[in-house]
Ligand binder design. Structure first.
Ligand SMILES: Nc1ncnc2c1ncn2[C@@H]1O[C@H](COP(=O)(O)OP(=O)(O)OP(=O)(O)O)[C@@H](O)[C@H]1O
Ligand SMILES: [Mg+2]
Length: 247
């Protein structure tokens, strides 16, 4: 089954829409439109009666709501109608006792934070929380912002790959269509989650002769004949729209 993406001009490039109940990764640098893309996908579905869940690991739900309310996506109405929900999965922001202890005990160069209250959540914690919410509210569209903020094992790359694949397999089993947002750190190398997802879309944001150019590129969608070219995108009052040219 195909579902409409909600991004103006995108359905035509993906043979009519996203395949339902699959996991898509939308990857881009800061400010490239990841949150906007995810929220457009959810609010479009919510307006059609499909319940949407925005799980946030970095920003607080209130910050996301404030920023996205500048678009004409009817966020507050859809929330009141219980068609759009937010789930806060971020680490606790206030400094607790464990943080003080952690700073005291751990040398600066050790990256993995396991004990501090502010540590990012593990894939298992993220999945369990989402799974509960999805079944309680019959969620059909899910956005996770962002997969880069989940604490995968850092010491063993092969274990990290397994954990990412496991999370994606489990998300596929939830029965909703999922968009994972991720930070694009290096546009010249692919990450494990980019390989593991069923679909991959890049959002680009780059300087072209002193002019900021924004673009979207569909890298892969398994089982679908899709457009592969770099397409221009514009931000407007409704969010992002795909245009045929690059500014
Ligand atoms: N109402 C609006 N109208 C037009 N453009 C907007 C509007 N609101 C935001 N923008 C543009 O969208 C950009 C941010 O988009 P968004 O928050 O979706 O990006 P992001 O990739 O999620 O960023 P981050 O990496 O910080 O999470 C802003 O920098 C701004 O250029
Ligand atoms: Mg964002």
């Amino acid at each position: 089954m195909r579902i409409s993406t909600g991004i103006e001009g995108l359905n035509e490039l993906v043979d009519g829409g996203f395949l339902a109940e699959r996991v898509y990764l939308v990857s881009g640098p800061p400010g490239s439109g990841k949150t906007t893309f995810g929220m457009q996908f959810l609010t479009h579905g919510a307006a059609l009666g499909e319940v949407g869940l925005y799980a946030t690991l970095l920003e607080s739900p209130q910050n996301i709501i404030d920023d996205m309310s500048n678009y004409t996506m009817n966020l507050s109405i859809l929330m009141k109608m219980q068609k759009l929900f937010f789930l806060n999965l971020g680490p606790k922001m206030d400094y607790g006792f464990a943080d003080e202890l952690y700073d005291f005990l751990t040398p600066r160069h050790e990256v993995v934070r396991t004990t501090a209250e502010g540590a990012p959540p593990s894939p298992a914690v993220v999945f369990k929380e989402i799974e509960k919410y999805v079944s309680e509210h019959n969620v059909k569209r899910l956005v996770i912002d962002s997969v880069s903020a989940i604490r995968f094992t850092t010491s063993d790359p092969s274990l990290e790959e397994k954990e990412i694949n496991r999370l994606i397999r489990n998300l596929k089993g939830l029965g909703c269509t999922t968009i994972l947002l991720s930070e694009m750190i290096d546009p010249n190398s692919y990450t494990t989650e980019q390989f593991a997802s069923h679909g991959l879309i890049f959002l680009h944001n780059f300087l072209n002769k002193k002019t900021m150019t924004r673009a979207l590129q569909i890298v892969k969608i398994r089982g679908v004949k899709h457009d592969c070219n770099m397409r221009g995108i514009q931000f407007h009052e409704g969010g992002i729209k795909v245009v045929d040219y690059l500014d």
